[in-house]
Ligand binder design. Sequence first.
Ligand SMILES: Cc1cc2nc3c(=O)[nH]c(=O)nc-3n(C[C@H](O)[C@H](O)[C@H](O)COP(=O)(O)OP(=O)(O)OC[C@H]3O[C@@H](n4cnc5c(N)ncnc54)[C@H](O)[C@@H]3O)c2cc1C
Length: 599
Amino acid sequence: MPEYKAPLRDIKFVMNELLDSEQHYAKLEGAEDATPDMVDAIIGEGAKFCEQVLSPLNQVGDNEGCSWSEDGVKTPTGFKEAYQQYVEGGWPSMTADPNYGGQGLPHSLGLVMSEMVGTSNWSWGMYPGLSHGATNTIEAHGTEEQKQTYLTKLISGEWTGTMCLTEPHCGSDLGTLRSKAEPNADGSYAITGTKIFISAGEHDMAENIVHIVLARLPGAPEGTKGISLFIVPKNLPNEDGSSGERNAVSCGSIEHKMGIHGNATCVMNFDGAKGWLIGPENRGLNCMFTFMNTARIGTAIQGLGAAELGFQGSLAYAKERLAMRSLSGPKNPEGIADPIIVHPDVRRMLLTQKAVAEGARALIYLTAQQADIVHSGKSEEDRKAADEALGFLTPIAKAFLTEIGYESANLGMQVFGGHGFISEWGMEQNVRDARIGMIYEGTTGIQALDLLGRKVLMTQGESLKGFTKQVHVFCKENADNEQLKEFLEPLAALNKEWGDLTMKIGMTAMKNREEVGAASVDYLMYSGYAVFAYLWARMAKVALDKMADGTSEELFYNAKVQTARFYFKRMLPRAKGHAESMLAGADSLMDMPEEAFAI
Ligand SMILES: Cc1cc2nc3c(=O)[nH]c(=O)nc-3n(C[C@H](O)[C@H](O)[C@H](O)COP(=O)(O)OP(=O)(O)OC[C@H]3O[C@@H](n4cnc5c(N)ncnc54)[C@H](O)[C@@H]3O)c2cc1C
């Protein structure tokens, strides 16, 4: 397993030089503490924790996995102690509401920490990651009493949280869920049903677990409009707020699975467990969206982490492993062969991972800034615009980054040749761990429908226009910059084509709704490559400007420009294939009779 090294230089490049976080934080309500010095100190401390505590546990978690018994779930060696250290360091409270013990720092700063935690040890990071979503949901929709009881404990990290949506017969289609909530005389509800695949549903790292559960009230309308949201604690809170008597919720078993072995994936049985309604009756799914948006950006980080970890491991290997000679003559004449980094194909694999990891960082931090503004923007107008941008970028970040992050993890393994397939190096674990990213929190197919159907076509393209306008302005402002031409010309063409493609699909969809589903994944991938093109062009501009002004970091900035060039020449052409496929029409998918599939 590669030892994780937090990419602090690149994190600072994206935060400070690309996205001007100082200015951004200054414009937020209540973000006064996020001064540059404070931000640096937090990231530096976070990096140490991830490198020294979490990274060494990554392979341990994979090898040992979690174990289930009647008494509960035991997490791998060291997980519990690492969580204690995390709590003592005050990390769970970083971005939470100061009224309930939080530090009130911006969400985007929390995501930088999530990136480092997730890359160093994804399985471990899911425990506090789910708590974070539960915290956000109660913060947004809970009553004052619920906040005092649950939020304070989640924020301090004494208790952790979960998200209980999926049932054996439904995950994507929550409209069909069956769990029931019967009113009790004391104003609480008795929750009955089985939830499956619940991450961190049971474990030994904290004294209590707060489940956020979707269930139906008696007589509720069918479908998504009849779902309500409940808080169901594992142990019922005592009057003094401490964790008390055991509630009727238990973990029936844990799953044996492809990756993320250190995280317990639980079957949770609710047998008339006591729960309390959060938010209005039958509006549970709307409330849950708060949770899901956080979780989706959180999952996008898994794509970034997979690319970063694969890159770190395979880069070190490619510099040391000797095999054959460079096609243009020996580069290591004293050695028996040249290091494999001299070979064009190995460079293709390394540069793909680098372009994905750094592009993903830019996209996630950009999306996180929109989340900051939605949460603490100073005007209603700013908050509304940011909400639209966030809605548009979230499915792209979640699905595109987990898809290309997985590809990158595979390339990281490929650079190692046969050794990549052997567990010792950790590259195959990275591939196995990354695979789930494309499935949970809404599969790629579901994210693509959300993007093309809900976000783009249902707004008559407004959310897309909000983004393409920014790209257009950037291209126009820099039209005279000769050095940027190689990036701006293809970017401007793509930006125009994006709108044209959307219009064409919109037209065909008016005649046949299947066209939306048939085009959606290609549309999402195309959008991802387009957003990356914009971000890589912007990163190239920052780097070129720095070099023009004179810099002692020539190598760093030059690498940015080279990686941008690689992206435009060797990855962006994939968008053309997606454009062609998305216009190919639904017929080639739908004309095949179901019975003919097996013939
Ligand atoms: C390790 C792990 C951890 C998880 N953690 C949690 C958790 O903490 N909490 C929780 O609630 N759930 C969790 N899940 C569940 C996860 O979110 C679901 O598995 C996922 O949303 C997919 O749902 P499903 O498995 O029911 O697949 P289905 O919904 O049955 O989908 C099967 C396939 O059909 C496709 N499909 C379905 N409908 C459509 C459509 N309309 N158009 C196009 N394609 C469609 C899907 O894209 C997919 O490819 C976890 C799952 C795993 C494996």
